[in-house]
Design a protein around this ligand. Structure first.
Ligand code: PLP
Length: 295
């Protein structure tokens, strides 16, 4: 596997262009194998930052604008300054160009509140070969349902919980996946404490009931998925009705099929929920994944 590529972003947010010199793009290539980050960076000490993960296939980055829009939304939600769209877009392109050609790359954009006391945000982009999820997209995952512990209206009543922001603090999500492993599963579907379906720790949830495909709506404090949006295009082309709504946990029990969708892993069918087997429509899943790959 080729070594990962690192781009340090020196002008990550709007308003940092003062003192800019000719030929300064606002980022530079750096050695991913060498120490680069301060131990006092708030991204490290507090998980205080936001990120995005973009899939690159055959050298083409998928949905960069949608990812950059969500990056800006997350930054706004945690009161970070607005990321400089042009600088990040070019930095992503530079990271892709610097990586030897491979099938799929996972490109990660990170913006933190910076070194404590400086008020200067830190930004970087990494590009590394994506794991091969081909088998998982066919075989699927077993999931368990876990209560995230907040009511469905917590995003409105308690915005400081930062629900729905793609922050660096994914420790709770990782703990939920370990809980799944303890219960003999690989994935989790989070629900609100008052019984609404939310999302998985690193993916969006799609539910098929007959000719209907639904996903929980973003006002429930979930990360609005770029893959979910593209999957909906596919399903509409296939003649399904699609909607983003409030879904009661009971809809999981009625589901004809459930998928977890995300940028790099794409669409993974859920084969069992809390130990109850679920049907998998293998041809439909394969077509969905072909669509998501742009093939
Ligand atoms: N929900 C959460 C919590 C996520 O972390 C992610 C992706 O990382 C998603 C949903 C899916 O988003 P996308 O399809 O844009 O990758």
């Amino acid at each position: 596997m080729s070594p990962p590529v690192l781009i340090l972003v020196s002008r990550p947010v709007v308003g940092m262009s003062d003192g800019r010199t000719d030929g300064d793009d606002g980022f530079r290539l750096a050695d991913a194998g060498a120490p680069q980050l301060s131990v006092f960076d708030l991204g490290v000490t507090r998980g205080d930052g936001v990120f995005e993960t973009v899939l690159v296939e055959g050298g083409r980055a998928t949905d960069v604008d949608a990812h950059l829009a969500r990056f800006a939304r997350s930054a706004h939600q945690v009161d970070l300054p607005e990321p400089d769209h042009t600088v990040w877009r070019d930095a992503v392109a530079a990271a892709v160009a610097a990586h030897p050609p491979v099938g799929s790359l996972s490109v990660k954009l990170v913006l933190t509140r910076g070194i404590e006391g400086t008020g200067v945000p830190t930004g970087w982009v990494t590009a590394r070969e994506a794991p091969d999820f081909a088998a998982l997209r066919v075989e699927g995952v077993r999931a368990i349902v876990l209560d995230r512990g907040y009511r469905h209206d917590a995003p409105a009543t308690s915005p400081w919980l930062l629900l729905g922001a793609k922050t660096l603090s994914y420790q709770v999500n990782a703990a939920a996946l370990r809980e799944a492993a303890r219960r003999g599963a690989e994935e989790v579907v989070f629900t609100s404490s008052d019984g609404f379906v939310l999302e998985a720790p690193t993916s969006s949830v799609l539910i098929r009931e007959g000719g209907h495909i639904s996903t929980p709506s973003a006002e429930l404090g979930i990360v609005p998925g770029t893959t979910q949006r593209r999957a909906f295009e596919f399903f509409r082309d296939e003649g399904f009705e699609t909607e983003a709504v409030r879904l009661r946990t009971s809809s999981l029990l009625r589901a004809d099929a459930i998928w977890l969708v995300s940028s790099v892993r794409q669409a993974v069918p859920v084969t069992a929920l809390d130990g109850e087997p679920l049907t998998v429509d293998a041809p439909l899943t394969a077509r969905l994944n072909r669509f998501l790959s742009g093939r």
